[in-house]
Ligand binder design. Structure first.
Ligand SMILES: [Zn+2]
Length: 342
């Protein structure tokens, strides 16, 4: 029964207010030292429990142990100065204070491996871990050393590959790379973006995913979406390259977006995480709305390849809204399972 349409989130979930002030990105930690380590582990437990109660099948860490999906990984690399930050424009859209690359970037220690081992011990369900993709990392810092986006991306890919292998050995079933930058820099994707991502997954035996969205539900992203017209065809530029790659799964923004569903035809054969939950609104989808999105996707995706999910992470939402959306996702998937007789 539960084997088809396994549900999951893209990654981030709201953190408890005692760990970090809610409903904002880059929210600072409220604890320090050993208390912070313990607090992060408690948050992992809570996030796991909430996902299980909501009926989510593939568990994520809810990104409870990281401040931000890109900068936390970068901060653990040597060659990067994260104290003296600089302001850059992220994906040509909004300013953010980011770390600066001053020297060769190398990964000298694990970033999330202990967290993954901790989560692995708490559940027998499949777990998925998100890492930033090389191109999105390049776009989320100031480079004062390589002076070449491509060169820097290859170095990041090497570091990501080391981390991914250790996450796999820690028992992670699916490693997902977040590449919202793929929806913006099409030529770079086709020239070197996809190649560097292939380097990041080199030698992995676990499943691999790429998440490509239109961003968190923050104002700068929502304003940008308004400029994209009535049909969003960004995926069309990059799907042929992804189709030929070794990536197993592709995570897409679908519900309330203007992405034509038939574009999924271009990546037929890949597993598709279909975003059936809009993370840019506090309105909680009805299970029937979720089911509608899944039904539309089923015209282009074989049911065994369809993974109901969210459009993006839910870190900026309130906990109650996020919980409601998780439940809607699993109930909506159940509607389709009953409909098709699984
Ligand atoms: Zn996203």
């Amino acid at each position: 029964m539960k084997n088809v349409l396994p549900t999951s989130t893209v990654g981030s979930l709201p953190k408890p207010a005692w760990l970090a002030p809610p409903e904002k990105l880059w929210s600072p930690w409220k604890l320090e030292g050993d208390e912070l380590i313990e607090g992060k582990q408690d948050a992992l437990r809570v996030s796991l429990h909430e996902q299980q109660l909501a009926g989510i099948d593939i568990i994520s860490d809810g990104e409870q142990t990281r401040q931000h999906f890109v900068t936390t990984f970068i901060e653990h690399l040597s060659g990067v100065d994260f104290k003296n930050r600089k302001t850059v424009k992220i994906r040509n859209r909004y300013d953010a204070s980011v770390p600066v690359v001053l020297d060769e970037v190398t990964r000298q220690k694990a970033v999330f491996v202990d967290d993954a081992k901790f989560l692995r011990k708490q559940t027998h369900k499949r777990i998925k871990w998100a890492l930033p993709g090389p191109m999105t990392m390049v776009d989320t810092l100031y480079d004062d050393h390589y002076k070449s986006r491509e060169k820097l991306a290859w170095e990041f890919a090497k570091a990501l590959n080391q981390e991914a292998k250790e996450l796999q050995d820690a028992g992670v079933d699916i490693i997902q790379f977040d590449e919202p930058a793929f929806n913006v820099f099409f030529d770079d994707v086709n020239d070197w973006g996809m190649a560097t991502l292939e380097r990041a997954i080199e030698g992995l035996n676990c499943e691999t995913a790429i998440h490509i969205c239109y961003g968190y539900g923050i104002k700068a992203n929502n304003d940008w979406k308004k400029t994209l017209g009535s049909e969003w065809r960004q995926y069309e530029e990059i799907f042929p390259k992804i189709q030929k790659s070794n990536i197993d799964m592709v995570s897409l923004e679908c519900h309330n977006s203007h992405v034509p569903f038939h574009l999924m035809e271009l990546i037929r054969g890949k597993k598709i995480m279909v975003g059936a939950i809009d993370v840019a609104t506090n309105t909680i989808e009805t299970p029937e709305e979720v089911a509608d999105t899944l039904r539309k996707a089923l015209e282009f995706v074989a049911i065994e390849n369809l993974y109901p999910s969210t459009n993006c992470g839910m870190a900026p939402l309130s906990r109650n809204v996020a919980l409601g959306k998780l439940s809607a996702l699993s109930t909506g998937a159940e509607i389709i399972r009953n409909e098709v007789g699984f």
